[in-house]
Ligand binder design. Sequence first.
Ligand code: RIB
Length: 309
Amino acid sequence: MPNPPDPTPTVVVVGSLNADLLIDVERLPRAGETVTALATAVAWGGKGANQAVAAAGLGARTIFVGAVGRDSRGTEALDDLARAGVDTTGVDRVEQPTGTAHVLRDAAGENLIVVVPGANHALSADHVRHVLEHLDVDDAVVVSNLEVPDDAVLAAATAAAARGWRLVLNPGPARILPPELLALVAVLTPNAEEVLLLGADSVADLLAAGTGAVVVTRGADGVDVHDGERAGGPRRLPALPVDVVDTVGAGDAFTAGLAVALASGARLDDAALFGTAAAAIAVTGSGARGAPLDPAAVRALLADRAAGA
Ligand code: RIB
């Protein structure tokens, strides 16, 4: 049973913020095909902001470091984060428009996402370094993703290491990662498709590059925990059965749950279990942030599972 979050675990998210245009279609289009939407909606998203909202919901003191435009959308997005309990003082306002994402969701629960990065790609290494160096925080887990530039992620990793903090990296959208970054990652949380897009042939190669642990998310099949240390090799932790409404953002809820639990002192497997429960709750709601999270609901779900319910 994972440790419940401490009163004040701190999670610092260095990442993206988007306005998501959610487009429901009967089925996803093939290349060259035009399909008609069944419905559309706009909701706040971006992997980093989703992770920050989830971490705050799970009880962590949460600080978001990112970049939004000087546009009204940027202001509204920051107001929304503040309402969710996220500290936004580390957000840079830049000339580029606030990021957007086009999220296609089909009737079978599959999705396709195209991100227009805008301000997210203007997040600078200098800004990230400055914020992390000056945070009035003793201990934290830093979470990042690849919707911001590599040098910003590397700055987060380097600044975190200098302060003795661990980095959890959700490597989406996946791309080949610099070896110096892989060596600074405590826990990498790719999905199964992303593993082979990171410049390694296997999870073992990622561990050999110095990454502390790799937790591969497999949707309804759960997660595989690889840390290269324990006898017996990787462990499969099953997903929790729930009535799924929308899997968009499930990886963000998982990564946030894992980070909050690590920041609370949980061991890796327990933290991963906590993450699977957070994701299970999130996917019962619509949109990238899904159903709202709270630590009691996560603990109740885990207790039900332990009791065999
Ligand atoms: O992980 C889901 C997120 O990916 C969406 O909110 C979208 O903005 C993209 O960043």
